[in-house]
Design a protein around this ligand. Structure first.
Ligand code: C5P
Length: 238
């Protein structure tokens, strides 16, 4: 893939046929497909292969978080699926992140595949400062986001998932060469649904996002192919 901002469509469903049909209809306008826990816990690796057959890169959003040995084992099991992006929690700590990176690279080399780009999740956007205080983390949530992003970067993780509002602080702290992948994207004038702090696709590109994760503005549109094409045009023009 080149350096343009990539668009991954979030296909949050456990219905393989519906996901496949939707993916086919938008394939020409987007760069990849994000499949998460709902899909993976219902349909497993076979389901992922069924969608990967369409030929688009897969963003496997399973947010791994466990002891290093167990996360390494999970990454070994997932390696044959060769996802483009794979998520894990930065809060798992340096040893877990190192084990994940080493195992991802070793397994990819053994199988003759490209290693996944590992993306760290920092503070879930469903948590606020009150939640963090309950966990003994004092101070602004954004400070914890940047701390965890720095920890992930030091462990050789390839990027992070972040709210579009945090792109600037993360780029300032970590510089280029680190993927910043952002959900919470809403085309101008559209419904925000349950997302609270949104940006338009063009705003997020200009703020420095490496990739956008866009679900319902495409998947719930009356014409998903047209919605995806409109977003592609906005991203490419930004
Ligand atoms: O439909 P929508 O565009 O809101 O989908 C955004 C996707 O990004 C969903 O799969 C959601 O789970 C995911 N996500 C998010 N906010 C985060 C992390 C992930 O919306 N902080």
């Amino acid at each position: 893939m080149d350096k343009r901002t990539r668009i991954f469509t979030a296909l949050d469903s456990a219905d393989l046929d519906a996901v496949r049909a939707l993916a086919q209809s938008i394939a020409g306008a987007v760069d990849g497909l994000k499949l998460g826990l709902e899909f993976f816990t219902a349909l497993g690796p076979a389901g992922i292969r069924g969608i990967a057959q369409l030929g688009l890169p897969i963003f496997l959003d399973v947010k791994l978080h466990d002891i290093p040995h167990t996360v390494a084992g999970a990454i070994r099991s997932l390696a044959p699926l060769a996802p483009y992006y794979l998520t894990l929690h930065a809060a798992g700590g340096t040893d877990m992140l190192n084990a994940a990176r080493e195992t991802a690279h070793e397994e990819a080399a053994r199988l003759g595949l490209t290693p996944p780009r590992l993306l760290a999740v920092t503070v879930l956007t469903s948590l606020d400062e009150g939640d963090l205080a309950q966990q003994g983390v004092a101070g602004p949530a954004q400070d914890q986001v940047v701390r965890l992003a720095e920890l992930a970067r030091r462990a050789g993780i390839d990027g992070i998932v972040s709210s579009p509002r945090e792109i600037a602080a993360i780029r300032a702290a970590l510089g280029d060469g680190f993927d910043i992948v952002v959900p919470g994207i809403r085309p101008g004038g559209g419904s925000v649904q349950d997302q609270k702090r949104v940006m338009t696709p063009g705003e997020a590109v200009r703020a420095g996002a490496s990739a956008l994760v866009i679900g319902r503005p495409i998947t719930s549109a009356a014409d998903p192919a047209q919605a995806a094409a409109d977003i592609r045009a906005e991203v490419d023009a930004a």
